[in-house]
Design a protein around this ligand. Structure first.
Ligand code: AVJ
Length: 332
């Protein structure tokens, strides 16, 4: 196995977590206060997210899986053999459908999973190697930005960059003055990492009735609430923080003007929280909400136009029957 496995750790230097904390401080000094949603995904957070994907109310993972069951072979046929790169690979469960399809058309495919959670990355890589005997795996531990800046040099094959699960929806499209939006910065990073002829495969959640959306983020077993609260546990560990999880409650609601689910943690009382290694004290009022995530719900033609502005041309589109979720293939 070991000759088929390679690791690239993109964040090895000591002190890195201090610099990383800059985004936490920036978010907490905004009004309303926000936190970067990648802090959900420590090892426990990745596990809780896996549980979310199994919830009856959380439809996106199942629909994307269904769509990929129907489309994976067509995607592989369309692109031919590719280097398979995945942003936010997690358990790579849906990716297996694509790996199956690419193993059919390519005797030696290579899969590059990228994740901030090193635990799940390792576990996933080892599992894949035992199940796919012709596959090589190069795991990249780090953020999307770090990974996109350090993609391995292209070989003869084009790349297929996979960004599934509607994680695109976590990126803000709001601009602050002249500054480009998070989503624009992301697409700029993507296109500067790609070469002409490379592909982007995007899975996105679409607009639908509010009741369906709100149920998906307020599940009856309270797993989403645990997932949301776990961001505080992660911050406590990363920055020697004093968040008391019992003093916060989970809220998720749809913002129809922005077409997005917004998740918050609501402070149950007036409290001070100390993040020691960031040398920062956070003061919260009773009922004050910290926004921990946005999850935008897309409209296919508007999204296609956005990507075209970044020189990504839509090659193909697959949807479920209700039009609740879409998988789109773009060529750069
Ligand atoms: C993995 C970011 C797409 O926004 O639906 C699930 C994360 N948050 N339940 C989403 C999430 C709450 C999920 N993404």
């Amino acid at each position: 196995q070991s000759d088929r496995l390679q690791w690239i750790v993109l964040n090895p230097h000591p002190g890195a977590s201090e610099r990383e904390g800059a985004d936490v401080l920036e978010g907490l000094s905004q009004t309303p206060k926000t936190l970067p949603c990648r802090y959900f995904y420590d090892d426990l957070g990745s596990l809780l997210f896996e549980q979310i994907t199994e919830l009856p109310e959380y439809y996106p993972t199942r629909l994307e899986q269904q769509i990929l069951e129907h489309s994976a072979a067509a995607i592989a046929q369309r692109t031919g053999p590719c280097d398979l790169i995945e942003l936010g690979s997690g358990s790579s469960r849906k990716t297996r459908l694509l790996l199956d399809a690419y193993c059919e058309i390519d005797p030696h495919p290579t899969y590059y999973p990228i994740d901030v959670s090193r635990g799940i990355l390792k576990q996933t890589a080892h599992r894949l190697l035992t199940q796919y005997l012709s596959l090589s795996v190069v795991g990249l531990a780090g953020t999307y930005r770090q990974a996109l800046e350090h993609l391995p040099a292209p070989d003869q094959k084009p790349r297929l960059l996979m960004f599934l699960g509607s994680t695109l929806g976590n990126l803000d499209t709001q601009r602050l003055g002249q500054a480009p939006s998070e989503q624009d910065v992301f697409f700029q990073q993507v296109t500067s990492a790609l070469n002409p002829g490379d592909y982007l495969l995007l899975g996105v959640d679409l607009q639908k009735p509010v009741t369906v959306l709100e149920r998906a983020y307020n599940d009856s077993q309270g797993i989403t609430a645990q997932f949301n609260l776990n961001i505080l546990r992660h911050l406590n560990r990363a920055f020697a923080g004093t968040f008391n999880l019992d003093q916060f409650t989970h809220c998720a609601r749809y913002n129809p003007l922005e077409h997005q689910i917004e998740m918050y943690l609501e402070s149950q009382r007036q409290q001070d929280v100390w993040l020691r290694t960031l040398d920062f004290t956070l003061t919260l009022q009773p009922g004050e909400q910290i926004r921990t995530e946005i999850s935008r719900k897309f409209e296919v033609e508007a999204l296609t136009a956005t990507l075209l502005r970044h020189h990504l041309q839509r090659v193909n589109l697959w949807q479920d029957q209700q039009g609740w979720f879409a998988v789109l293939l773009f060529r750069y």
